[in-house]
Design a protein around this ligand. Sequence first.
Ligand code: GLC
Length: 568
Amino acid sequence: MTAASGTRDRSTDWWRDAVVYQVYPRSFADSDGDGLGDIPGLISRLDHLQELGVDAVWISPFYSSPLHDGGYDVADYRSIDSRLGSLADVDALIEQAHARDIRIIMDIVPNHTSSEHPWFVEALASEPGSAAWDRYIVREGRGPDRETPPNNWRSVFHGRGWSHVRDTEGNPTGYWYLHLFDTTQPDLNWDNPEVRAEFRDILRFWFDRGIDGFRIDVAHGLVKEEGLPDFDYSAEDEGARADMFDEDLAHSPFWDQDGVHEIYRDWRRVADEYEPPRIFCGETWVPNPVRLARYQRPDELHTSFNFDYLMAGWDADRMRRSIDETIAQHAAVGAPPTWVLSNHDVVRHRTRLAPGFDNETRLTCEVDDERGLARARAATLFTMALPGSMYLYQGEELGLPEVRDLSPDDRQDPAWHRSGGTDGTRDGCRVPIPWSGTTPSYGFGPADASWLPQPADWADLTVDSELGVEGSTLEFYRSALRTRRAEDSLGEGLLAWLDAPEGVLAFTRPGTESGVTVVLNLTDAPVHLPNSWGTSVLVESGDEVAVLDDDGREHLVIGGETAVWLRA
Ligand code: GLC
């Protein structure tokens, strides 16, 4: 087990149990009325994050980008998209966040550049086989006319994973470049030392400006298997849905290759040159906690997203199994686990966990939205008490649901267009945040519209409408995060399961003086809690906690689909 929280140096170890809030900058706050969120907008809302009680903010990319994939197509890693602000704005953001004791984590995208990056522009003007092309993954096509792509790899966003390298007249050359995502996101060749040196330099550029760390996009994807062999897609083809993050795809010649670890050892050396050391969190879609923990070996990444838990759904057995494996595998490498329920790539957990939600028909299935909110709050409270650090996604503190009825014309996710509208539903969690007022853009910015339209019925989900209102989701998050910070047993440390009835998960977190008992009732019926678990409520996700008389003794009953923290 890792060090108890009381003996740690928080100036360097803050990340071990931090609550990190993800900002999707184009959807957070718009300062200038162009309908697109920006950095000055984010700065103007830092008080909200401070009062919420988060330790750090991770900001999705705000680099110069043609926005073919929401900024995950970077044209220049050292400049800011002018619609979002300037380098001076980022400096101000760092300064103002630090003044509030909030750390800044940026997003780095090393698997691919934008096709508008100067390197790719240079490659397009050069002959295949040139040094310019060697920064990307380029191969000759198969067949007599080289008309067949070099292998059968597909794009995560549907369609084939290779596109023709064309000459300056636009004619195919017989060579193809790899893009595991959109055609405008060519994969970099990480065997090329120039690529490695460039990214070390980009890390230093931002670390020198004072950022505290990086979230690494597609961290499991940088290295491809030697020889680029074909992949057997039969599991995916037979499976219900070819999803962006399909588990069957995780074992493949393009994900989670052993060679990626050397890159992170190199990056760790760079991060450790700084005082305090800078940190990394990997976006690692790997098949299980065993593969995940390999990224957290002491000389690699500090943390990684634990998507196994995110995918566990509303299922007591799966959740418990995922928690146990995650804790055991991380303990073996001395790293703290992380927990996350929502981000900018998945259906918001209020909708995803709701009764009736079906991944197959995720845009059209009928869901019980109110129970979805109850479950989301319960799952969140339970998750916040797990050992390690926690990632929150903007708007979940308001209880925002997924917006599922965006019109095809409004949708921007490249996977939507590449799949002919059958997939790529990531826009629904990226709809701009409602801050105040009763009509769009709900205080998001000076204009009455935003780049993705907000629903007409969000007046009760704004920050202003929830602030100070007892029982609101915002006040619930604030009180849970306040308590998490105050209790020395929460954050990193030990967890001991308690025997609980079917469909109920319960554990204690022992503290130096007193601990916390955490109960999640996944059933829809109330459960009676034994007094030995504790009788004083610290935080509850629902309002159904009651003290009842039973055989002359008092004890607690919590409602269905509810979680509670008790003084142990
Ligand atoms: C990551 C990002 C996602 C992006 C993809 C390609 O999975 O989270 O939004 O589309 O990488 O960069």
